[in-house]
Write a protein that binds this ligand. Structure first.
Ligand code: FAD
Length: 349
């Protein structure tokens, strides 16, 4: 969805820029003397700003929230665009009716958003446990209304602590749908995630879920390879916990890349699951620990082929920092694994 959203955003911007350009060529000038045309120009400039910030906010090191808030202003822009359109379009023309339909769709979207927000606020979750998993990784356990989710899906989380509501952040649901409590496992990476450890039992959370399609349940397969980098293990924890609880007999190989042992979380639980279920194998790969006795270096084609020899009969699930995930996917393609067998979650939009 996000991939197509980006493509459509760029395509829309091209059409929007062509629109005054063609008018200029046709009319010989850009007549801005009516409020309708000025409204159009305002929308065009703001959309160009939105696209610019969305494309370059990382390179320019702008805060994520700036990108998000500029995106949100587009909700106000749509009614301004309507002033432009209905001020100019001929009543009864095809274009006129197209915009009537679009306006109705926009109104429906707003109603859906408002209803969803009311529902989320009416059903807050309570933090019942805060658990340190490693030096900089914490799990939060929530009690509240049961959500029907698939292992591997994610949620949007806002924490209500000391009367202050945080901004919304996406996190994979690391618990299994078979559990009563819902959990997430954030790693300290920035402003918000650095405050996870300050969360207290009894704090409230607003949870919007489930989202995403990153789950083995969506694919008909007996052989699974889960390739994770660092905190990218969270969707696989959810899937492994589910496989363990349901005693699912699929062949699963987990290849998990980390800097060193200190960076690991869930190691004890993973080893216990692998020991009890003969069909699950966990391989740890350390990129910066000389003393590690297992696999060392990066997760490359050699490591993957060593532990998953029947490459083209396996569904690959890749999750972790974008650089690692993209490199692993490139390797898999070079080894002849077709795209339909490669599924990924990038942990950033
Ligand atoms: C589908 C998905 C699942 C994720 N699951 C996990 C998980 O299980 N555990 C985990 O530790 N992290 C997970 N993340 C990443 C997590 O959302 C970000 O690390 C977190 O939002 C960073 O916020 P911050 O304010 O601490 O850091 P910042 O310093 O603000 O940002 C650090 C990085 O996170 C990105 N980011 C910041 N805020 C957001 C936001 N609201 N939405 C999306 N990206 C953002 C920024 O682009 C930046 O690259 C997931 C991300 C996605 C998209």
């Amino acid at each position: 969805m996000i991939h197509y959203h980006r493509l459509l955003g760029r395509l829309a911007l091209i059409f929007l820029i062509l629109h005054p350009l063609l008018l200029f060529i046709h009319e010989g000038s850009l007549f801005l003397g009516t409020p309708f045309r000025l409204a159009g120009l305002t929308v065009l400039l703001f959309l160009a700003l939105t696209a610019f910030v969305a494309s370059f906010y990382k390179k320019l090191k702008l805060p994520y929230e700036l990108w998000l808030n500029i995106h949100k202003v587009n909700y106000i822009l749509f009614p301004v665009a309507l002033i432009h359109v209905f001020g100019n379009a001929l009543p009864g023309s095809l274009l006129y009716y197209l915009w009537v339909v679009l306006s109705l769709l926009f109104a429906l979207l707003l109603v859906e958003k408002v209803m969803r927000e009311i529902n989320i606020r009416k059903n807050p979750y309570e933090v019942v446990r805060v658990q340190q998993e490693s030096k900089d990784i914490w799990s939060l356990y929530f009690r509240g209304k049961k959500i029907a989710y698939q292992p591997g899906q994610f949620m949007y989380l806002r924490l209500l602590r000391e009367g202050k509501l945080s901004s919304s952040h996406p996190f994979t649901i690391s618990s299994s749908p078979t559990w009563e409590l819902l959990t997430v496992t954030p790693k300290e990476l920035g402003d918000f995630t650095a405050t996870i450890k300050d969360t207290k039992v009894g704090d409230l959370a607003l949870i919007d879920a489930p989202y995403g399609v990153f789950s083995f349940l969506n694919h008909d397969c007996d052989r699974l390879a889960f390739i994770a980098g660092g905190i990218g293990i969270t969707p696989f924890m959810s899937m492994l916990r589910y496989i363990y609880d349901r005693k699912i007999q699929k062949q699963v190989t987990v290849i998990w890349g980390n800097k060193d042992e200190e960076a690991l979380c869930f190691q004890k639980e993973l080893n216990e699951i692998a020991l009890e279920m003969g069909n699950i194998k966990v391989v740890y790969v350390m990129s910066a620990q000389e003393s590690w006795r297992g696999e060392r270096g990066r997760i490359d084609g050699k490591v993957i082929e060593k532990y998953v020899p029947d490459l083209i009969r396996c569904h690959f699930f890749v999750c972790g920092p974008p650089m690692l995930s993209l490199a692993v996917m490139k390797t898999l393609r070079e080894k002849g694994v077709p795209d339909r067998l490669i599924h990924h979650e990038l942990f950033e939009f």
